[in-house]
Ligand binder design. Structure first.
Ligand SMILES: Cc1cc2nc3c(=O)[nH]c(=O)nc-3n(C[C@H](O)[C@H](O)[C@H](O)COP(=O)(O)O)c2cc1C
Length: 354
């Protein structure tokens, strides 16, 4: 779609970022750390920062994600301390009444001057809502239909003076929401579902689709498929994927660093994550677990090598695979962003990728 690759950062808003490892940097998430990362990313020419929404962790030795910041409030603060970079917060429809979500988004869009987007998530782990006692009946089977109705109402609130709506879950009577978002017709929509229903929802509603993929070839295929399906709905869509570069001056040193992280795998936390998927029989999650046991990461394809290897990898995904956006996460975000900026971005620029 776009001629130039967009670069994003998947912010570490849960403790220890995304690595389920005792030998990865151990830290609690903080506004200060995320502020520093957001400002670095903006200064380095990145296009977006993204934060997830997570309400219950997985314990284990590292207490993985037992501590997480809330996505929308964090992005609101980051909107105020940045000026160019786009911001994606995650909203789970089941947590926000449509009229509340519409006004929150319009407020952040005002603060950010139209830089705001929403990642819509229906729930990778429904335990986190069960603990709150808020799930509507049969939500697990209906979650994408629920999200579709929610988004329909939110979009109407963003674009119409008064909304009266009588749906399956939402009932509004002359409901008003002003101001309108700065970005017209509304903030951009991001989705990352991997089930068939999730992919269809994304094709119909998303401006961006965040894809996984077991191999590079697989990610390229998913990207093509997503664009084809979106085209059937008459819509363009940008495809994105997340990678975790483990970089050093030589491949041997990068592999040594990676092995050190892998040796620290927190098996207990991974077993807790796997336990959820087994209990619920979620195929999309079980696929992810097989990958996690090897990759020790909750998100992002592990990419090991020199800056040149990383640049080659990104170039292949984008120039050959047609991906529009690469989102990065790092074991150590500050060091990783500095190296990426100094050593990988010039190579991407030389090749016309960015
Ligand atoms: C970049 C990215 C961000 C995601 N953010 C969240 C999140 O904040 N909260 C969440 O519960 N799931 C998140 N997910 C998981 C997906 O939304 C989705 O639930 C998962 O891929 C399973 O697909 P399904 O919901 O279609 O079964 C994210 C996935 C990706 C790739």
């Amino acid at each position: 779609m776009s001629t130039k690759l967009e670069l994003g950062v998947f912010l570490p808003i849960g403790n220890n970022g995304f690595l389920v490892s005792k030998t990865a940097p151990q830290y609690a998430p903080s506004f200060e750390m995320n502020r520093q990362i957001a400002i670095m990313a903006e200064n380095f020419g990145f296009d977006l920062i993204f934060s997830m929404s997570k309400w219950r962790g997985f314990g284990g030795t590292t207490h993985f994600w037992d501590t997480t910041l809330e996505s929308v409030t964090l992005m609101t603060a980051l909107a105020a301390v940045t000026s160019r970079i786009r911001l994606i917060a995650t909203m789970q429809p089941v947590l926000f009444a449509p009229a509340v979500a519409a006004k929150m988004a319009a407020t952040i869009d005002d603060i950010s001057g139209g830089r705001f987007g929403i990642n819509i998530v229906t729930g990778s782990f429904l335990d986190e809502f069960d603990q709150m006692g808020i799930l509507p009946p049969d939500y697990a089977a209906q979650r994408y239909r629920y999200a579709e109705e929610w988004l329909k109402v939110v979009k109407r609130l963003w674009t119409e003076d008064s909304v009266t709506f009588d749906g399956e879950w939402f009932h509004l009577n002359d409901c008003r929401s002003s101001p309108r978002p700065v970005r017209q017709p509304h903030p951009f929509i991001v989705c990352a579902g991997t089930s068939d229903e999730g992919l269809r929802f994304t094709a119909r509603e998303g401006d961006y689709c965040f894809l996984g993929g077991v191999t590079v070839e697989h990610t390229k295929q998913l990207s093509r498929r997503m664009k084809d399906v979106a085209a059937e709905f008459g819509r363009p869509i940008k495809t994105a994927t997340t990678i975790l570069p483990v970089m050093a001056d030589t491949m041997a040193e990068a592999e040594r660093r990676w092995k050190l992280l892998q040796d620290g795998v927190d098996r207990e936390a991974i077993a807790n994550i796997a336990g959820y998927y087994v209990r619920k029989g979620r195929q999309s999650g079980l696929n992810r677990i097989a990958k996690m046991e090897k990759d020790i990461s909750f998100a992002g394809r592990i990419t090991i090598g020199t800056p040149e290897d990383i640049a080659n990898y990104i170039a292949e995904l984008t120039l050959e695979g047609g991906l529009d956006c690469i989102q990065l996460l790092f074991a150590d975000y500050i060091e990783g962003l500095e190296v990426f900026h100094a050593a990988v971005m010039p190579l991407l620029r030389q090749r016309g990728v960015i």
